[in-house]
Design a binder for this molecule. Structure first.
Ligand SMILES: NC(=O)c1ccc[n+]([C@@H]2O[C@H](COP(=O)([O-])OP(=O)(O)OC[C@H]3O[C@@H](n4cnc5c(N)ncnc54)[C@H](O)[C@@H]3O)[C@@H](O)[C@H]2O)c1
Length: 410
């Protein structure tokens, strides 16, 4: 498919959703609220979410992703199937000439990332890897403030998040690291993408330690990693999914998606004890049509993110940023507008690339570089040594257009 840069082309982009589970359901909500997109079709092997989607949008919902990829009304396929299918599904979409938004992690191996990139190039289709929380409006504004140089040199970034991740209902492969299970492939990519964006993209080396504390859920549930950037900055990543402490307590009691939250430590563990068929609960609880959370009133976040620069420190907050400097603490509000922040920016990035010929930040090479850090964390933890990286890339300088959804920064 040939991409024609046409700034005046107002035609909404025809979107197809592959995988109507938890991520697919959120993207459906985001696309339905985005004026630049029209939902054209979906695919999922499960009949209930398919029926709900076909009913809500009066379009085809296929039981097979190949049929979705062959649908001529679909221009972009958003792939939100389980990790282990990402490579095969992305290549299938590319071979059908569809542009691709591929969920994180891009794949489970670097060779699979290469195969996806090659398929996209061969078929001249665009590829965006997201959503990760580096698309969040607060992170984007933080990046603009750091990269413009006004705050002086970036010294370090701190990202930490304590959640109930490991005790949400899971399928067997989600508790098996070799098949992409645990926090490394599912959660830590958000942190890596955030610090890679803020740090300029070029991670030099990684030293990490991971832990498997629950033999009944034998995959990584926590991780501490130190990333060193080529530019001299450092980033520390700390993640725990053990459902004890909840770092949203330190984020104004606002949930990851930006909704007010009542803390309930250990609730996910207690709920899991009452579930007879965990894999079934996993598939059914969040599938499209089973629940539809309202639009969150605050900004999304992924734990606590703090950047230390020569002249100030920045912290992402519930409604924007705080800047701390020698003159005190200053609030930088980001107006909450329509749609689903984070996902909206993913759709924007594809739209800018597809309709306006702009270079994407979160392209296949970016997704591969983030996976390289995931694999380096795993290797460093296993071997007890620093791992030097080879596939990192700089944040492209062209990506300076704030999303319309980011609102006014005050
Ligand atoms: N960016 C985010 O914040 C975010 C949040 C959740 C999940 N995700 C990512 O999205 C992906 C899916 O995760 P999830 O939590 O939504 O899982 P899920 O199990 O809730 O949904 C996956 C869906 O894919 C469907 N599926 C399986 N095989 C398929 C096939 N061959 N064709 C079409 N559909 C198929 C399943 O039936 C299911 O409905 C994962 O890679 C995960 O990392 C990202």
């Amino acid at each position: 498919m040939t991409v024609v840069a046409s700034p005046s082309d107002p035609a909404p982009i025809g979107l197809g959703i592959a995988g109507l589970g938890m991520a697919g359901a959120v993207m459906v909500q985001a696309a339905a609220a985005h004026s630049g997109y029209t939902l054209r079709a979906a695919a999922d092997p499960h009949p209930a979410p398919r029926a709900a989607f076909a009913r809500d949008f009066n379009v085809n919902a296929y039981d097979d992703i190949a049929a979705l990829c062959a649908d001529p009304t679909v221009e972009v396929v958003y792939i939100a199937t389980p990790h282990q299918f990402h490579a095969a599904h992305a290549i299938l979409a590319a071979e059908h000439g569809k542009h691709i938004i591929l969920e994180k992690p891009m794949a489970l191996r670097l060779a699979d990332c290469d195969a996806i990139i090659a398929a996209a190039e061969r078929n001249t289709v665009h590829l965006i890897v997201g959503h990760t929380h580096s698309f969040d409006p607060a992170i984007h504004v933080m990046w603009l403030m750091i990269s413009c140089g006004a705050l002086g040199r970036l010294g370090m970034i701190h990202s930490f998040n304590y959640t109930n991740f490991l005790y949400r209902p899971r399928r067997p492969e989600e508790l098996d690291t070799a098949r992409g299970g645990g926090i490394l492939f599912n959660q830590v990519p958000h942190q890596i993408d955030i610090v890679r964006l803020l740090g300029g993209g070029l991670v030099r080396s990684v030293r990490a330690q991971t832990t498997v504390l629950d033999p009944a859920r034998p995959t990584e549930g926590s991780c501490a990693a130190l990333l060193q950037f080529e530019n001299g900055a450092a980033a520390s990543l700390v993640y725990s999914g053990y459902d004890y402490f909840d770092s949203d307590e330190w984020h104004f009691n606002i949930s990851e998606r930006g909704a007010p939250k009542t803390l309930d430590h250990g609730a996910a563990r207690r709920a899991l004890m009452k579930i007879a068929d965990e894999a079934r609960a996993r598939t059914e609880t969040f599938a499209y049509g089973s629940s539809q959370p309202g639009l969150p009133p605050h900004q999304p976040h992924f734990g606590i993110t703090i950047a230390t620069c020569e002249k100030a420190e920045l912290r992402a907050t519930a409604d924007g940023l705080m800047q701390y400097d020698q003159w005190g603490a200053h609030k930088i509000n980001i107006e909450r507008q329509s749609g689903i922040p984070g996902r909206h920016q993913v759709l924007d990035e594809m739209g800018r690339t597809l309709r306006h010929g702009m270079r994407a930040t979160h392209d296949g090479h970016w997704g591969k570089a983030t996976l390289e850090v995931v694999l380096a964390i795993e290797e460093s933890a296993a071997e007890g040594r620093e791992i030097v990286l080879k596939h990192q890339l700089k944040v492209p300088v062209e990506e300076t257009t704030p999303s319309e959804n980011e609102g006014e920064v005050r």
